[in-house]
Design a protein around this ligand. Sequence first.
Ligand SMILES: NC(=O)c1ccc[n+]([C@@H]2O[C@H](COP(=O)([O-])OP(=O)(O)OC[C@H]3O[C@@H](n4cnc5c(N)ncnc54)[C@H](OP(=O)(O)O)[C@@H]3O)[C@@H](O)[C@H]2O)c1
Length: 327
Amino acid sequence: MKAVYISKPGGPEVLEVREVQAPVAGPGEVLIDVVAAGLNRADVQQRKGFYPPPPGASEIPGLEVSGRIAGFGPGVTKAFSVGDKVVALLAGGGYAQQVAVPAGQVLRIPDGVDLVTAASLPEVAATVYSNLIMTAQLQPGETVLIHGATGGIGTMAIQLAKAIGARVATTSGNAEKVGTAKAFLGADIAINYAEEDFPASLRAQNGGKGADVILDVVGAKYLEQNIDALADYGRLVVIGLQGGAKAELDLGQLLRKRAAIIATALRPRPVAEKTVIMNAVRDAVWPMLTDGRIRPLVAKTFPLAQVAAAHTYFDSGDHVGKVLLVM
Ligand SMILES: NC(=O)c1ccc[n+]([C@@H]2O[C@H](COP(=O)([O-])OP(=O)(O)OC[C@H]3O[C@@H](n4cnc5c(N)ncnc54)[C@H](OP(=O)(O)O)[C@@H]3O)[C@@H](O)[C@H]2O)c1
């Protein structure tokens, strides 16, 4: 089969499409003929040599795919048939024509979503649902601040939070993206972080109150401002470190607000935890996609042979929503 190989750490040019041995489904795994794969920031970090796959995972990049079931390893109890249209959450191996994955991380695609577009869903839906709802316990009527409005995570997080009845504030780096966040994605408050101090701007537009929950993809650079932006009993969930990993923490500020900081990564979680998350996504998020409360957003698709161009585009940051590779 054809798959993407990272020839050495570096820019998009190090991504090569090679002929490699097809995977074999092990115990409890299904084999998928991949139709499309979603790009994620983690793939870029892996390409640069900063984010090696967890032990036992494929060296081939790619954390999410859509496709058709091609076969089963021994002991699969989930009721799938060969040919079923599915999506899968992966620890790696998605930029390929076939992938083997534990059955618990595989779901039938939501009704009303086409098979290519469905590749945009598993990683972002699992990340956003597990962090906003399962971990931070975001409630209807609470205010959530979502950084990175127009990225893959941001576009899903804004829509999901609106769908559950939260008040949504978001940040973006330019006026055009701020406009998209409000007019197209439905954010209640959209802040241009390049021009405004986001904690002050949030409070000014939110009746003097901060955020009950913050979903953060920036990390160290935002730690102090994020704690400033939290309301009493606020929950800051850090899922990305695009602004670094190490910062000074004022515990007094946290203590006065009775606030919490939680940091999570989906990729290294055990299969059992990913299975629980995927089942919750199927039950809670799939109906929102089917009835249109959440629209999957695909910025652009590229054929597998143009994987380097796909990464160049993704690196530019111009995309709104997800970038996909089509096999
Ligand atoms: N922990 C997990 O389990 C998990 C799972 C999936 C993704 N993630 C993380 O989530 C983040 C987003 O992933 P993605 O796939 O959605 O990537 P993406 O589509 O490239 O989106 C990244 C977003 O982050 C914003 N951003 C980047 N650098 C920034 C900075 N220095 N300051 C402020 N905003 C910044 C960008 O907004 P502007 O263009 O407006 O600046 C952009 O909207 C990544 O860090 C990724 O590693 C974590």
